[in-house]
Design a protein around this ligand. Structure first.
Ligand code: CA
Length: 214
């Protein structure tokens, strides 16, 4: 996907700052997926194959139940009974402040709320910083329709001084959904530094390249 996006950018648009920033983050995600894949998943039962949920819980009102509709393996988890956008599947994660993590999950909507054709689904982080609850959107995916699996999430640097962190899945209206194949993986500082240098060189090459404007 990132390669196709790169070709589109290179042939269709003058690479202004916004385009370059979009490319920068696409490249970040694509490369860091490979880096982080070698790391341990910090989530417990991220594939929901264990159908009793000792580590997963509901942020606010909701119900969790096993589903045989799986993206990977035999089971996913079904999340129903939500009454607000922030209600949903959650798990506490032992992040290290200042470190970067790839945080992703696959979501399938079972319906939409408020008669909407689509929903925006977000992967959220809640941490305590200086005694206050801080809510951060790790990533959100718009225009999700019921019936298909979508990957949500992103790459996140945990703020200094963070503690008591958890992640949770929300939608822009309280629809029912499935989740499978969720993971949180640490991105080593050395890998991030190597990637940053390579990306800056690559972006500089693109900036200087001939652009075919249509
Ligand atoms: Ca599974």
């Amino acid at each position: 996907m990132s390669k196709r996006m790169f070709l589109f950018i290179a042939t269709r648009e003058t690479p202004g700052p916004r385009t370059l920033m979009m490319f920068f983050w696409l490249l970040t995600f694509a490369i860091l997926v490979n880096v982080a894949n070698a790391e341990t998943n910090l989530l417990v039962n991220g594939n929901f194959e264990t159908t009793t949920y000792s580590d997963w819980y509901c942020m606010g009102p909701c119900s969790l139940a096993p589903s045989d509709d799986a993206r990977q393996g035999q089971h996913s988890v079904q999340v129903t009974g939500r009454t607000a956008i922030w209600n949903g599947l959650a798990q506490a994660v032992s992040f290290s402040s200042g470190e970067r993590y790839k945080i992703t999950a696959y979501v399938k909507l079972l319906n939409t709320a408020n008669n909407a054709a689509y929903q925006t689904v977000g992967l959220m982080e809640k941490c305590t910083v200086a005694g206050n609850s801080v809510y951060t959107r790790i990533g959100q995916t718009p225009l999700i329709q019921p019936g298909d699996w979508y990957q949500i999430g992103g790459v996140r640097r945990i703020a200094d001084g963070s503690s008591n962190c958890k992640i949770y899945v929300q939608t822009d209206a309280p629809a029912d959904y499935l989740v499978d194949d969720a993971s949180v993986t640490h991105i080593p500082t050395s890998a991030w530094a190597e990637w940053s240098e390579a990306a800056e060189d690559r972006i500089d090459q693109i900036r200087k390249a001939d652009i075919n404007i249509q």
